[in-house]
Design a protein around this ligand. Structure first.
Ligand code: BGC
Length: 251
């Protein structure tokens, strides 16, 4: 079964056809720069372009860096504020004429890790944390996604933790890896204190091997801590797998 997966990020909108059984891309990734401003209608046009690029008329799974409830965006921390209350699923279905499933970007990355990565077969409490422009999270218990967690917005030093410990903060304040790791450790300890997960999977740009080499030894957790392996493709794959499951339920 093949599904088109689309990952909407702050700088690029990427799509590829996914073999959802194997969790592998079966086409090259096609990337279109995110329109500026990234309003719902401009992004929808790009999603339409991607679907046409792949000549697609089947199910589509799509990520968005926002909380999604019943196909509607409910937050917009790092995206254009006009996304709030946008019926994203309906909008993307209209431009693509395909059945679309929309989910949070970190939830999608988590789904990919649970199906094909470090979370495979895990029945205990797993938390995926993605670190990039913001901090995203996905929680799983007994293998099921507890949809919509926003652990990047836990309060730390009086504001959302992502404003203190994201990769964007590391870059903008020109922090050394040790300085950033100190901040991120505070965040991880807070997450552990509140949720006591058994496994933490670290995803997003920060989980690339070239980067983990710089800070991994500086972190310590009670839970097992592992980097995600599908970093670049996790959103696309997780979105496609979710769309497949939803299409099945409709039958
Ligand atoms: C958003 C989340 C998103 C995360 C990573 C946060 O600012 O609130 O919904 O998953 O960034 O993109």
């Amino acid at each position: 079964m093949k599904v088109l997966g689309i990952d909407i990020g702050g700088t690029g909108i990427k799509g590829a056809v996914v073999d959802v059984k194997r969790g592998e891309l079966v086409t090259e990734r096609h990337r279109i720069p995110t329109p500026k401003p990234a309003t719902p209608s401009a992004v929808a046009k790009t999603v339409g372009k991607l679907a046409r690029h792949f000549d697609w008329d089947g199910p589509i799974g799509c990520t968005l860096p926002a909380r999604i409830q019943k196909g509607v965006a409910k937050t917009a921390a790092n995206i254009d504020p006009t996304w709030i209350d946008t019926p994203v699923r309906a909008l993307f279905q209209e431009v693509t004429k395909c059945p679309v499933a929309v989910l949070n970007d970190a939830d999608a990355a988590g789904v990919a890790s649970m199906e094909f990565g470090a979370g495979r077969g895990r029945k205990d409490l797993v938390i995926m944390i993605t670190v990039g422009t913001g901090i995203g999270s996905a929680m799983f218990y007994r293998g099921r996604l507890i949809r919509g967690s926003e652990l990047g917005h836990l309060q730390l030093h009086g504001d959302s933790a992502e404003k203190y410990a994201s990769d964007a903060v590391r870059k903008s304040l020109d922090l050394t890896w040790a300085e950033w790791a100190g901040r991120f450790q505070e965040y991880l300890s807070h997450v552990e204190f509140l949720f006591a997960p058994d496994l933490i999977i670290l995803g997003g740009g920060i989980s690339r091997p070239a980067k983990t080499a710089r800070y991994w030894s500086l972190l310590s957790t009670q839970a097992e801590l592992v980097p995600a392996i599908l970093e670049n493709e996790a959103g696309i794959i997780g979105a496609a797998v979710t769309a497949r499951k939803k299409a099945r339920k409709r039958k």
